[in-house]
Design a protein around this ligand. Sequence first.
Ligand code: GLN
Length: 186
Amino acid sequence: MVIGVLALQGAVSEHVVKLQACGVATKLINELSDLAGIDGIVIPGGESTTIRKLLVREQMLTPLKQLVKSGLPVFGTCAGLVLLAQPDSLDGLNGQVERNGFGRQRESFETELTVMGWSRPFHGVFIRAPFLTRVETPAKPIVTLPDGRIVAAQQANVLVTAFHPELTDDGRFHQLFIDEIVRGRG
Ligand code: GLN
């Protein structure tokens, strides 16, 4: 299995380390031709407006959007969530995103998260993070804060977190992403 990591900007190497720890090969995605032959892709955190600009410059925005639509497994963290939830970006998640939603006072914070179906909490690292105000079917929330903000969700081949699992030593979200790819193959 080869998982691409979009490498235009942002927290790229941390995802590579986490994926390799899950036992899969990784491939940095820098240009259109790199998209060939991958079994899934990670859209990292960074600056969503910058990543979007670079996707347009590299003529990758539309092809990547089409790949996501056609079922390529994708895991977006933070800025990656923003891009996946924006209809005019990657449009892979049916929901409403609030960019930089936590505002100034809590631009960055860490908190223990309750993940649906997991017995142990997950340490959430939020850095100028977005959140989802709502998600609609077929998307479903998998982590909702006590105040109702949705910070992780899943829709078919798309997994998103508003926080940064690649910045913790807990590999469960990356493993979930890999497990779903394996499961999807039957
Ligand atoms: N605030 C950034 C954005 O909207 C995301 C921050 C991050 O990825 N850590 O693009």
